[in-house]
Design a binder for this molecule. Sequence first.
Ligand SMILES: NC(=O)c1ccc[n+]([C@@H]2O[C@H](COP(=O)([O-])OP(=O)(O)OC[C@H]3O[C@@H](n4cnc5c(N)ncnc54)[C@H](OP(=O)(O)O)[C@@H]3O)[C@@H](O)[C@H]2O)c1
Length: 164
Amino acid sequence: MPKLSIIVAVADDLAIGKDNGLLCHIPGDLKRFKELTTGHTVIMGRKTLESLPNGPLPNRRNIVITHHPETLPKGCVSAASLDDAIAKGAEDDEVFIIGGGQIYRQAIAKADMLYLTCIHSAFPDADTFFPEYNASDYDEVFCERHEPSEKCKYAFSFVNLKRK
Ligand SMILES: NC(=O)c1ccc[n+]([C@@H]2O[C@H](COP(=O)([O-])OP(=O)(O)OC[C@H]3O[C@@H](n4cnc5c(N)ncnc54)[C@H](OP(=O)(O)O)[C@@H]3O)[C@@H](O)[C@H]2O)c1
């Protein structure tokens, strides 16, 4: 089985999205997302696919979980459930669950690794959230804090958690 990893940008209150978009633009987060996921399989819910500005992500195998596979654009592999998606990604050495809220909720108990971008802000208008998880189930194997800068007004931390 491949390593199953979740990657998410999550605010301190677990908010992850609003109006089927991200909460904010953090260039460093997008760069890290691209570096980690390129060349791998990414698994997402249909709404997250719809939130991507240019459709399926290039240079990655895009597996989309949906009840309506006939609606997916070219460049996507459909899956009828999370388990079906994981089975379809089984040839990869690392598979990334890239959201959104519904899919993270189904995947959190199965994930070996969490790649978090923790945004140290509150987003009171958010409508989509990451599930509660127990930090003591994981070892923190990486943590790097970034203070607000000209490029990004938010303080954030890259935190990698590996299941014990
Ligand atoms: N901060 C981050 O890192 C991050 C990352 C990704 C997404 N997001 C945000 O999250 C939000 C979207 O999340 P969401 O929770 O609304 O939607 P989602 O999880 O992206 O997708 C939900 C859809 O997935 C399909 N689905 C879910 N479970 C299924 C199952 N067991 N079997 C078959 N199909 C299933 C259904 O599609 P059908 O209706 O087609 O059947 C469902 O409507 C957006 O705001 C997005 O920007 C944030």
